[in-house]
Write a protein that binds this ligand. Structure first.
Ligand SMILES: Nc1ncnc2c1ncn2[C@@H]1O[C@H](COP(=O)(O)OP(=O)(O)OP(=O)(O)O)[C@@H](O)[C@H]1O
Length: 629
């Protein structure tokens, strides 16, 4: 033992210091562990009093809360947050818009022609924020969801006995959000990559009075929509699916899309737009999308006929059930853009079991004649509205829209669009005041000008969009606008004629090119098949040659054998066999050639045998010939 102590003595010199260090480590570790345990116990204890609500980005409450949070002054004191000049949106899409949700300062002047942008504070992800709300501390965490398409979820915890406070919070957030949405129409676009709807922006509502249609059309459609939305029970009692479809068809630029936007604003509905010809669109995708639209909204199928020109055709064998494209159907239906939509898939998504209830379906087309009757039958498309080129009545209405009459009360400054005209009373009161540069004319004069204007516009020849373009160009010159309209119409006609001619020429050129191409392809094909035939003939010939040559060789060998046999039997006998030399270098590859080769080998072997016999016989001084003789 003493020896061991002696040996360790150099090491035990600092034992005291080491022991002290060890003690410190143990004490420190114990304290830290105790701290952590108590912390986690405290957290667990506190958590047991917390009520927690989760909000997924896929649903509306997330939008309400994010919007509400962005309005909270508490963010000003927060130590970590995201700042954006863009609008908060559903699905986390932060969209650059000219009119942000936080945009309350419409009176601000334009800066370099642009509207000043306000910044918005929103909770930064993966950080817990605490804000005070109605006597409670709310703990808010925004987290990114795993394995998703990059969407977020919001977690709000609060210490409370029951969930009343959370209910109040959600309701308040909803009201704040909807108050803002009152002035806007939210647009959602179908995302065919994930089968979800993506928020695309919020547009200012368009007043119904700014849409000029034939008398009674606007009232009819608005009443019909309102009536539908108010009759859910009526539909349920009769077992009729609670859906209504509107088909707006007619020439381009006649106001189909504008009317839908205006209706959405009037009815306070969001618009869900789906393009049937978009990349990746399939029966299943469309069914999924249609099943995901909320109950009260406008579902817009734009340019319905475009899907048909892209060869969406009715599958006669289809039962109408959603289909998964099989290899065979794929090849026949799949388009270059990967779309596999069939008409039966479209019909099924519109009114199949999974189709959403309570939505207003609007479909627009410029070519109604291209639609399958099954698509436009009542139940799918209940109301049809034809949109034509501008009538004189529309021209007059449009003119009045552009040039409001002077209000009865004198005013130097008039809000843009504001008017005493009864037809304009539906227009919203603009927020921004601008210096009025449009000369305000008396009501009688405007009426007279509008009449003159309409008289010079040909009936059902020019699109309303074209007329709007002309009026926009002359928006400050009402009188000149009327004076110059006749010249403009002539110019329009000429332009139209020119465009028509150019189109015809282009079509003719394309046709000629296509014909030329087809001709060339045909010639090339003929040439190719001729070359192929020739090649095949040559190959066949060569094969024949090869077979013949080994045969010849066999014959030669046989002949040689015979000659030798003859010469051995009679040495004086002259060789009268001539025969060509066998081509020993010939390569034999085919099966037939192999057979021939075997025959040749057999002949050679027999020849060799014969030579051996001969030499034997020579050794005994007795030739076969002699033996034979
Ligand atoms: N009847 C109308 N009343 C008021 N404005 C109209 C009308 N028709 C067209 N316009 C104007 O013309 C432009 C194009 O209209 P819109 O996009 O609604 O036409 P559309 O019929 O949907 O055309 P397309 O079939 O090519 O989609 C818009 O700016 C709109 O303001």
């Amino acid at each position: 033992m003493d020896t061991l102590m002696n040996l360790l003595s150099p090491l035990t010199m600092g034992t005291g210091a080491i022991q002290d260090t060890m003690k410190l480590v143990v004490i420190g570790g114990t304290v830290e562990t105790a701290r952590r345990v108590s912390m986690s116990a405290w957290n667990g204890f506190v958590d047991s009093f917390f009520l927690t609500a989760h909000f997924s980005q896929d649903d509306y409450p997330y939008d309400w809360l994010m919007y509400w949070l962005s309005k909270q002054p508490a963010w000003g004191r927060s130590r970590e947050f995201d700042i954006t000049t863009r609008a908060l949106s559903r699905n986390g899409i932060i969209q650059n818009t000219t009119g942000d949700l936080d945009d309350g300062d419409d009176d601000e002047p334009l800066v370099h022609g642009k509207k000043k942008r306000r910044v918005t504070f929103i909770p930064s992800p993966e950080t817990t924020h605490t804000i005070y709300y109605r006597g409670h501390w709310l703990r808010i965490t925004r987290t990114k969801r795993q394995g998703d398409y990059g969407s977020y979820s919001l977690k709000i915890s609060v210490v409370a006995r029951n969930n009343d406070i959370l209910k109040k919070l959600v309701l308040e957030a909803k009201r704040t959000y909807e108050k803002d949405a009152e002035h806007r129409v939210h647009i959602f676009l179908a995302d065919t990559s994930y089968g979800i709807w993506r928020w695309n922006g919020a547009r200012q509502k368009r007043p119904m009075s700014s849409i000029v249609l034939q008398p009674g059309v606007k009232d009819m459609i608005l009443t019909d929509c309102k009536d539908f939305l108010a009759s859910e029970e009526w539909y349920a009692e009769r077992g009729i699916p609670f859906r209504r479809g509107y088909l707006l068809h007619g020439v381009p630029g006649s106001g189909k899309t504008s009317l839908i936007h205006s209706l959405a604003g009037e009815l306070g509905l969001d618009i869900y737009v789906v393009s049937l010809s978009s990349k990746g669109m399939s029966d299943n995708m469309l069914t999924t999308l249609m099943g995901n639209v909320p109950s009260r909204c406008i579902l817009l199928l734009e340019d319905l006929d475009a899907a048909f020109t892209r060869s969406v055709s009715r599958d006669s064998t289809s039962t109408g059930a959603p289909t998964v494209p099989t290899a065979s159907t794929k090849s026949s239906k799949e388009n270059s853009d990967g779309s596999t939509l069939s008409l039966s898939g479209l019909l099924n998504s519109l009114d199949g079991v999974a189709a959403a209830e309570g939505r207003l379906l609007f479909a627009t087309t410029n070519h109604i004649e291209r639609l399958d009757p099954a698509l436009s039958r009542p139940g799918r498309m209940d109301v049809w509205i034809n949109f034509t080129h501008a009538t004189k009545w529309q021209a007059e209405g449009l003119f009045k829209c552009f040039f409001p009459a002077k209000p009865s009360a004198e005013s130097v400054e008039l809000p843009e669009g504001g008017s005493a005209d009864a037809s304009q009373k539906n227009l919203p009161l603009p927020k921004r005041k601008t210096i009025q540069i449009v000369p305000l004319l008396a009501e009688e004069e405007i009426a007279e000008l509008a009449k003159r204007f309409a008289d010079q516009v040909p009936e059902d020849e020019l699109s309303v969009a074209a007329l709007q373009g002309y009026l926009l160009k002359n928006k400050t010159r009402p009188r000149e606008c009327v004076d110059e309209i006749a010249a403009w119409v002539v110019q329009e006609r000429e332009t139209k004629e020119k465009l028509k001619k150019q189109k015809a020429e282009l079509e003719a050129k394309e046709k000629a090119e296509a014909e030329e191409k087809a001709k060339k392809e045909k010639e090339e094909k003929a040439k190719e098949s001729k070359t192929k035939d020739e090649k095949e003939t040559n190959e066949a010939k060569e094969k024949g040659e090869k077979i013949r040559k080994p045969k010849k060789r066999v014959e030669v060998i046989k002949a040689e054998a015979a000659v030798e046999s003859a010469s051995s039997s009679s040495s004086s006998e002259t060789d009268n066999s001539t025969g060509a030399d066998a081509d020993s270098e010939e390569s034999i590859t085919s099966e037939e050639d192999e057979t021939v080769t075997k025959a040749v080998d057999a002949a050679i072997v027999s020849k060799e045998k014969w030579v051996a016999v001969k030499s034997q016989s020579t050794g005994t001084q007795t030739t076969t010939e002699e033996t034979l003789s």
